[in-house]
Design a protein around this ligand. Sequence first.
Ligand SMILES: O=C(O)c1ccccc1NCC(=O)[C@H](O)[C@H](O)COP(=O)(O)O
Length: 256
Amino acid sequence: MLADLTANSVADALARREVRPLDVVERAALDRAPALDALHALRPAARVKVIAEIKRASPSRGALASIDDPAELARLYELGGASAISVLTESRKFKGSLADLDAVRAAVALPVLRKDFIATPYQVFEARAAGADLVLLIVAALDDRTLLELYELITSLGMTALVETHSGEELERASAIGARLIGVNARDLSSFELDRDLFGRLADRFPSDAIRVAESAVLSAADVAHYRAAGADAVLVGEALVTGDPMANLSAFLAV
Ligand SMILES: O=C(O)c1ccccc1NCC(=O)[C@H](O)[C@H](O)COP(=O)(O)O
């Protein structure tokens, strides 16, 4: 499933003839205003931080929300107290796009994450060219050499990598490349099963200087409290915000 999604996100762009020559995308990436400091925005604090996601659909849940104006939703997230915005840019299963990211970037002053199946340097330049400040790297989808190559490219462009893991072994691989922002995703990428206790089981295996993000499966303030008690500095939330009242939910999550 994960390999399919990774290959499809690249194939999709090719099929839609969206692929500009690499040198053009590189130039567009370098011409962007400097990336915002996501490590500062998400630094550990007395209160948990929220990375709020623009999510129309997903492989596990199908259609979630129509989201005609992602910029407007991002502005609500900013008003509601989110510390960063995650934009799913994969089109086939998540119905997202780089145009969504570009629109969100223009609308808010918060760091913006390109959440996608990133496997090539081209996609990293593309992310920066669209205004991303953060790029997701899924350890399970990348061999060690590619993981390091993409991590170094992301940081050399002034962006921050959110390095996503699902096991102790993946946390060690994230640690070995010097990742400073590390997520544990509660969603198994093959079965889609949710395990809210995975974060807690892995919490003491994070590098001591890393920011700890609990990803997925936050449906209530109690879920945020569960992750916070296990040591999360931030939670990444999609479904609960796009299917419910984003302002009310953010307020409840930030009050934990
Ligand atoms: O959401 C899915 O079904 C999914 C399936 C396969 C790979 C990734 C998937 N989601 C991406 C995410 O990581 C989530 O959108 C994000 O963590 C927010 O999750 P949630 O709050 O549970 O919507």
